[in-house]
Design a protein around this ligand. Structure first.
Ligand code: ZN
Length: 137
């Protein structure tokens, strides 16, 4: 599982997904001992180096014993906090976000009215227009 699998690399969605997974695993008593390590790894798979670096640092601090342990909730809080900061700084420039923003700027033809035939959904110069190819009088 990678952060880039989520549209717009939405960390809120990633966190709620992992949160749910964690709860379900606890219910069936199957929560792996390395669940936190897995979470740390997942949070390093974004395309935003600023976020990946945070978890790189956490992993290193845990290995060097600077941090003794970090709970799953703490990892989620770190991820969400950093995500919000990066959003506010407009540093969350992930490719998928830009793509969806681009598709939103495309004109929505369903609301336009053709001035030739008065039908909805196309312009007068559109070949789909029944009046487009007919000779004008
Ligand atoms: Zn038309």
């Amino acid at each position: 599982m990678k952060i880039t699998d989520f549209t717009g690399e939405d960390i809120d969605k990633v966190v709620s997904y992992l949160h749910l997974a964690c709860q379900q695993l606890i219910v069936v008593d199957q929560l792996p001992l390395d669940f936190n390590t897995t979470c740390l790894k997942i949070f390093q798979t974004s395309s935003v180096p600023e976020l990946n670096k945070v978890f790189d640092t956490i992993k290193l601090s845990l290995r060097l014993g600077i941090i003794k342990s970090m709970g799953t909730e703490e990892i989620f809080i770190q991820a969400e906090t950093r995500y919000k900061e990066l959003l506010e700084l407009q540093k969350w420039n992930v490719r998928k976000l830009q793509q969806s923003a681009f598709s939103l700027t495309k004109p929505n033809k369903s609301n336009i009215t053709c001035f030739k035939c008065q039908q909805l959904g196309h312009y007068a110069n559109d070949p789909a227009c029944p009046a487009c190819n007919s000779p004008s009088d």
